[in-house]
Ligand binder design. Structure first.
Ligand code: DSN
Length: 403
């Protein structure tokens, strides 16, 4: 149908499907959503306005939207062991925005991880609403170990008395010590928000500690390691629910995307399965295999390895910028993103590092042996300046993207 009505868009989509099929996707924040979740995204629910919440809507005809959202909420709570869930945020940034609006006033102090050290734009970057509206104190990582230094964070929290500490990151290869952060938040008498967008799938898969007991508010996306549709979510104790609900709608959003909420529900159902636990475990095994092969080849990894789904390679040691490395690899069909490394001398548009993640290739069924092969391919491209144009499509073809 799309082919007939809008052949131009159909052709572009088809070209991107081919691109996805024929390349090796190591973007740490991407994944392949299942056919079931994609079907829900494309469903008739896109037609419906349902401002409000189940049982309290501002439009007629919301009875099925109520059922869908109630199911999504129930499954989210079961999946994470949470008392409360709001599944309406359109994105992770909007989940964070709603959490800030619920608990902070403009001008309040928040503490978040510096973007340059692996934090996210919405954790207080000066170019984001979070840095514009709030007084931000950033924390980094230890310049030597590249690890979060809870001692330093404690000192900052005592000195600056934030109203909220944000833990969680977009480019941090190690585990987040939620309990350690909570001790600091309690001492500083402030709220603790965990942004688990990158690691949500690892948490529900049991390969990363859960923030549910330690953190007051938890935000996430649903499309990264969780492998659902593009979207956001807030989790918390029931007592915070009313404030958060009001902040999401009418605070920062109007009509919820009911087709996406249906798809989130399906994603949660998939993530509740035993298969998903195996998947999450394989993501970290694959990241570890990739890291070990890189180390054996002499590459420099930020923090010396990984505990999660991603690794950061310092390509300046190879005489390259992150931008050059990203482009060289993409020409061969290996998709990574340039990324700042802690205390980077290069601007964010250039960078000294590349970030690699294993969630997408693990969805294709790849295991440690394939990770090793890929590390060798990357070595060939970046160091030996050899092409791997034949190997990439061959490997991609052997591991088709599952329906
Ligand atoms: N832009 C995402 C990432 O790639 O990590 C985070 O929102």
């Amino acid at each position: 149908m799309l082919k007939e009505i809008d052949p131009e868009i159909d052709e572009i989509i088809s070209a991107d499907i081919k691109r996805q099929e024929n390349t090796l996707n190591l973007i740490a924040s991407e994944n392949y959503a299942s056919k079931a979740t994609r079907e829900a995204c494309a469903s008739w629910l896109t037609n419906k306005y349902a401002e409000g919440y189940p049982g309290a809507r501002y439009y007629a005809g919301c009875e099925f939207c109520d059922e869908v959202e109630a199911l999504a909420i129930a499954r989210a709570k079961e999946l994470f062991g949470a008392e409360y869930a709001n599944v309406q945020p359109h994105s992770g940034t909007q989940a964070n925005m709603a959490a800030y609006l619920a608990f902070l006033s403009p001008g309040d102090t928040i503490m978040g991880m510096d973007l340059a050290c692996g934090g996210h734009l919405s954790h207080g970057s000066r170019v984001s609403f979070s840095g514009i509206l709030y007084n931000v104190v950033t924390y980094g990582v230890c310049p030597k170990t590249h690890l979060v230094d809870l001692g330093k964070i404690r000192e900052l929290a005592i000195a600056h008395k934030p109203r909220m500490i944000v833990c969680g990151a977009s480019a941090y290869p190690r585990m987040i010590d939620f309990e350690g952060f909570r001790k600091i938040a309690d001492e500083a008498d402030c709220l603790l928000l965990a942004d688990i967008a990158h690691i949500a799938g690892l948490i529900v898969g049991g390969v990363h500690p859960s923030p549910i007991e330690s953190c007051h508010i938890i935000t996430t996306t649903t499309h990264k390691t969780l492998r659902g549709p593009r979207g956001g979510m807030v989790l918390a104790k029931e007592k915070y629910g009313k404030l958060i609900d009001r902040a999401v709608f009418p605070g920062i959003q109007g009509g919820p995307l009911m087709h996406i909420i249906a798809s989130k529900a399906t994603c949660f159902k998939e993530a509740l399965s035993c298969d998903f636990k195996e998947y999450a475990a394989q993501i970290t095994k694959n990241a570890n295999a990739l890291a070990e092969t890189f180390i054996s080849l002499g590459f420099t990894l930020i923090s010396g390895g990984t505990d999660n789904h991603l690794l950061l390679v310092d390509v300046s040691k190879e005489g390259l910028t992150g931008k050059e490395a990203e482009e060289m690899l993409y020409r061969e069909g290996i998709v990574v993103n340039k990324n700042t490394i802690p205390y980077d001398q290069q601007p964010p548009s250039v960078t000294s590092g590349i970030r690699l993640g294993t969630p997408a290739l693990t969805t294709r069924g790849m295991k440690e042996a394939e990770m090793e092969k890929i590390a060798y391919m990357i070595d060939s491209v970046l160091r030996k300046r050899q092409d791997v144009k034949d190997e990439v499509p061959a490997l991609a073809k052997s591991f088709p993207i599952p329906e």
